[in-house]
Design a protein around this ligand. Sequence first.
Ligand SMILES: Nc1ncnc2c1ncn2[C@@H]1O[C@H](COP(=O)(O)OP(=O)(O)OP(=O)(O)O)[C@@H](O)[C@H]1O
Length: 316
Amino acid sequence: MGTETQPHILCEDVVRIFKGEGIEVQALQGLNLRVMPGEMTAVVGASGSGKSTLLTILSGLDRPTAGRAQVAGVDLLGLGRKDRARYQRQTVGFVWQQTPRNLLPYLTAAENVALPMAISRRKEQQTRVNELLELAGVGHCKDRRPQEMSGGEQQRVALAVALSNSPAVILADEPTGELDEHTSADVLGAMRTVNEELGTTTLIVTHDPTVSEHVKRTVQIRDGRCSTETLRRTGLNNDGDEHLIAEEFAVIDRVGRLQLPQDFMQTLEMKDRVRLGLEPDHVRVTPASSDASPDGSTDALSEASSKASSDAEETR
Ligand SMILES: Nc1ncnc2c1ncn2[C@@H]1O[C@H](COP(=O)(O)OP(=O)(O)OP(=O)(O)O)[C@@H](O)[C@H]1O
């Protein structure tokens, strides 16, 4: 298989448990995620769902308790100190929520972008610095220091800095967390331009609901796992006009586990166990308390499932 078909971000059954003072928090509970090269994906989820934990692992600052995590072919579990520094300098670029974490206050925008290239002993290329600032829409800020720029401009310069060593992947943690809606749209728009022009794989962790207007794929984390995904594409309506189609999917992992939405479970009072039935083109999930008798004798549901197993037998 060629490397181009490999995901740029691969998480398989990633678990992260924090232990302290007699309590154990399972921040990630077997999270699975694949992001292909060139994709721009947002990870959203309620507070405490595990978004930051995931990003900290992907950025090489923390290790999973169990599972597999790879970025651009780099195995994050087996990274030594030297390799980790190289990974953080060359393989991934970061945009953090807090500007001081992104930019040095006493350097101009151009100097901030040039710095990672200099540290990597990459020949400093003034043209590249200018190109990246232009691409991020902040060419006019080139000679300004962070305090002479707006919050949105600072984040767009941070994006140019993140790109300076041509990383395979950009990881952004709440990049619009401290911005108003209009400025957020500018920053997300710049991230989309970069993704389209340079093809850099981009993962944005955010609370920002407007992110959905800028990405084709949104992954929702719930209780430390990817639970649903929304994919967006443009389609044509009956009049031939283009419109946006958004479809929500439940995420199913390699061994067939999926999370049912909480509201479905509450509405149908599903808990502890459910009945599954294989239909020709779908799987039926019914509350254990419905229809069928508990001994699973001759009712419609057990007939359907025994038919499903005999169908499965035939195809073996
Ligand atoms: N270092 C830590 N020690 C103990 N528990 C932690 C630690 N880091 C995170 N947690 C716990 O892990 C869970 C997931 O936290 P995480 O910060 O990843 O969530 P989040 O989705 O990023 O939340 P938010 O959107 O509020 O930042 C939470 O219950 C949190 O309290």
